[in-house]
Design a protein. Sequence first.
Length: 654
Amino acid sequence: MYAPTLFGYQRRETIPVSIGDLMLGSDFPIRIQSMTTVDTMDTVGSIEQSIRMIDAGCELVRITAPSVKEAQNLENIRKGLRAKGYKTPLVADIHFTPNAAELAARIVEKVRINPGNYADKKRFETIEYSESSYQAELERIRDKFLPLVKICKEYGTAMRIGTNHGSLSDRILSRYGDTPLGMVESALEFLRICEDEKYFNIVLSMKASNTQVMVEAYRLLSKKLADGQFKAYPLHLGVTEAGEGEDGRIKSAVGIGTLLEDGLGDTVRVSLTEDPEFEIPVAKDLVNRYVGRNRPNAPIPSLSNLSAGFDSPINPFAHTRRKSAELMNFGGHQVPRVIADYSHLKSISMEDLKSIGHFYLPEPDKWAMNDLGADYLFTGTSDLDFMLPNGLKQIQSATTWLQSSPSEHQFPLFEVEDWLKASKKHAQLNFVQADAEEIWSNDLFVNALKLAQNEVLVLSSSFSNRMAAIRRAFFELEIQGIHIPVVIRLNYQDIHADQFQLFAPTDAGALFIDGFGDGLMLSLAGLPVQSSLENSTNFGILQACRVRISKTEYISCPSCGRTLFDLQETTARIRQVTDHLKGVKIGIMGCIVNGPGEMADADYGYVGIGKDKIALYRGQEVVKKSVPADSAVDELIQLIKEDGIWKDPQETNN
Ligand code: SF4
């Protein structure tokens, strides 16, 4: 398999890699890193920004070196930092320019190369290769890459072979397609050359902005390395172009957190369209969760104890949703449902529903709903003294439901014991709340679930390692042939809101990426009812896992020394005018060199091509070549209008 265990936590064992004085790999803490955004030729600016990053906890500082002159200037930046007492290793980020890499490798502690563009210019062409012409291509790569390997070996410089989903070479695309396997093979082509030279000081990464693709590629890489042909190299984790703010944090946590849960990852870079020092606390929160987790999680039984020979019920290398029966709007082909948990409130007012996307408008006396309107409201033992809007149904504790005269739109949530003995149930839809452990230990309950017709299981876990426990329960449901819909319920306490926005996407995201879950119900103890945090995190996780799209998606690069416009300001401007276009993916890239490839997943692209000059893309195709920056946002809107996708904001609010 790709991970040491699926039902506990164990860090994947790796060889050690030395980056200057910094050691990386499974014997060492998971390292935090980031990348500067100022021009590499701005020596003072680069030093000052690096210091802000290091002071925030950054253990490796990456700086772009697009050409030889920037590579040379790394020496001044390095000297400046050392003169101020900062010994943090530096990494040169290279695309397209072997001569810059060969120079940088003599100056800094590590060089990152992108195997998609180190030896190839992208032409977006499909080329038919025979076996011999493919081999000839590999020889050409070897000739271009070998000098760098030799220099790294001589100078003790480390290297990251960092694949990006969006910048695979035409050769790889022609043979493997735009797939996780293509991403892995892209790195392995270069890795073989390193190993032939007995150069092993290497870290690998498989980044994508699509979290499913990213997780699958890392898993596949880990499996390929474990198959024995290669050494167990450390992994650098990251989601590219995660965006900014809440969306960027949730998306990063889904991708990075899912892999960390499986014990994969030795260094982490969170890519946000924000100043790099803001990435560091996010990375720290993600990583620190695993400090001290390296002990067996005894209570979760392994699969083999229960059913020897049973194969994994999921394909960890290709997202497939668990097959579940369709029950009302749960399961089957329905999107995963969002359940808001108000069970802690003694009384609930109409006003309180604003934070879950439902608004009462007294003037026309009707309800309105935004794109993040929850589907169900769990009210626990509380009563409501008003009618819920049509789009929102009520779930009550079964004890309350049984004592009242519920309407057909009110549904009971049973505890396991109460459900097993219940003489009265809803004719169409009942919820049963169970701890994951019940699924592998309570035979009576499992046998009753096999016969259940009108039930949705609400699965939670009291284990500290809750993702692994719930995953184990899902595996058991498959073993037992139980296909009822399942809502994942995660309650958090004693953590702050920033951590909630990372831990919930890690736990729930890992399950949805595996294809599990027909609904999501999150809560954080102590939040005021006016807070929309739980609701937006519910929807944010589903969007980041690509299982329910409810808003516009921005694939914006974090910016670097190549950036040609103010990314943060431009992203905010584009977001302001397009954030009502549900489901549309807009790439916002700071430069032409790497931008179009990196936003491979976007429907539209806004890419810097020169000072105050923007290129607009439809998918991978440039449709407006050189638009003045002042009018580029208007031109982007025009382009979306031409495609018939544009809606005025008021249309979408109704
Ligand atoms: S797309 Fe953005 S982060 Fe990537 S190289 Fe260009 S400016 Fe830098």
